[in-house]
Structure formats: structure tokens, C-alpha cells
Design a binder for this molecule. Sequence first.
Ligand code: PPE
Length: 308
Amino acid sequence: MGTADLIWMNGEFVAHEDAKVHVLTHGLHYGTGVFEGIRAYETDHGTGVFRHQEHLERLRRSAELYYMKLPYSTEELRSATHELIGRNGFKSCYIRPIAYRGHGPMGLDPLANPVEVAIAVWEWGAYLGEEGQRNGIRAKVSTWRRISPDSLIPHAKASGQYLNSVLAKIEAKHAGYEEAILLDPHGHVCEGTGENVFVIRDGAIYTPGHSNAILDGITRRSVVEIARDLGYEVVERHVARAELALADEVFLTGTAAELTPVRAIDDHEIGPPGEITRAIQATLDDALHGRDERYAHWLDLVAVPARA
Ligand code: PPE
């Protein structure tokens, strides 16, 4: 992980080691924060932030769902991110904006606590390993169920909600798998700990829809569009656990994971990445790196020149 020199915090660029919060920060005690994961890629036209606006809009919506009002406009966050990338001299990086309830009254009523905002960037390689991205990972269906919309907000990207993913991830790693896939209480497939999931059978592509407990992944949206452009049928519907094992191909999508194939589920061999997975992965990779004109509008080019 390549560390940046500077982090943007509440409107200022501060040294990495000075980007600190008080131990009584509300978000630390109660998980009252919302965040985003965004990637910027090196392209022939400079550094491009992938679907930047949509990520920042999702951040704002996540905040609203938890009654937090962001003290910065989307445009302010966007230009702060551009400057941060430029001043850190990164050509490509992962971007982590976070908004959280800061130091103020303790207790569960957060409304008097300030909403603080920070943006960090760092260099982050293949999330589930390069080998995994090329040849597929082994995943396990978690014994932990995905957080339910009865209790939390699967569509929000909120800090506290990730305790669910943390438990599933630890369980999967202890059992010798790279990733967990979570079901809802009815046994419907939802998603990975930090990725959406797709299954392919007899040439058609299936993925859980918005009435399942999923995050509305921006990579998911991109992959649905790419797959349809490539002529594949994509159906959003309930996916049963058994369909994972019976699938011809399975893959995960996310900003960090990009497109990562799954080669085995619960020790059922799916096999090396198949033809459809490879085709979508290659087109997504071109889109991310600005090599496909059709998707050029997905990249928000950083105007600030990178430091020499
Ligand atoms: N589901 C979950 C639960 C999730 O956290 C992510 C992103 C996705 C789906 C895919 O969404 P999108 O990135 O918009 O395609 N997970 C982020 C956090 C990863 C982390 O370890 O932190 C990410 O990929 O940036």
C-alpha cells in the first residue's frame, strides 16, 4: 500500500501523520459514518477518476439516510480530490472519502455532533490478489446473514454496517477461503463482503436486484451496461445459494476488487474464468483505463498536473 503525503481533512490539506481524530469521536464509538471507495486510473489523457460524480452522489445519499448533512458540496469534494491526487503525485490511486459524526455529546443521539469530512488516497493493488484477479478466488457462503433492511440500510455505505462484512471476512479467511458471500435470511444470495456478485448459466447473466440487501454498486452498474453492450442478457432477480455452485461462471465486482472471478464456491469447483467473465473483465479494464471510447465519459480527468 503506497502511502500519501497529504490527507484532506475538513477543508485543509494536512500531513498524513497529522490526520487524527479525537478518541471521543462519535463515529468511532457508534459507527456513525458514511464513506466511499473510488479508484483513479492512469490513462493516455492523464489521471481519470472512475464515475466520480456517482460515487460522490452515493456518499451524499448515504449521509442523508443517516440524517447527516455534508458540509461540502459535491463540486467542492470533487475538486478537493483532484487537488489531493495532484499534490500527492499519484497517477493512479484508491480514494476514500469519509464523513462521520465528530467529537461532541456522547450518547446515541448524534444530531448535535458535527459532521466531519476527510478524503484519503493511497496506492492499492489487486484487492483479492493478482493471482485471484487473473485466475479466480475461492469463496465460501457465510454463516453470517447480510444485514437486513429491517435493521439497517443495505443501500447505504455506512461505517457501522461493515461489522457484518468484517465477521464474514474473518470467518472465510479462518476457513481458508479468500472471500465470503452473504445470503439474506430467506437464503437469497446478496453479495460479497465488499463486492456485488454475478452468476452465469447457459449464456445468461444473473445478479441480485435492488430488493435484495445489496449495495447499489457502481462497478455493478458498469458491468451490467458493458455486458449488455457485448450482447449478453443480464437479469436482475433472486439468486439461490445452489445457483452459485451450479453456475458455469461466477464473478465479483467492486471498486477495490474491480472484476474478480470466483473459481470455487464451498469447495465446488467452478473452474478457471470462463469466456463471458473474460470478455466483460477485458472491456471493464479498457473502460477503467480510458482505452474504450464508449465509456470515456465515465472518467473524470484530473486537471491538476501531477507532481514531477
Ligand atoms: N457491496 C459492498 C458491501 C461493498 O462494500 C462494495 C464496495 C460493493 C458492493 C461494490 O460497490 P462499488 O465499489 O460501488 O462497485 N466496497 C468498497 C470497500 C472495500 C473495502 O475493503 O474498504 C470498495 O470496493 O471500494
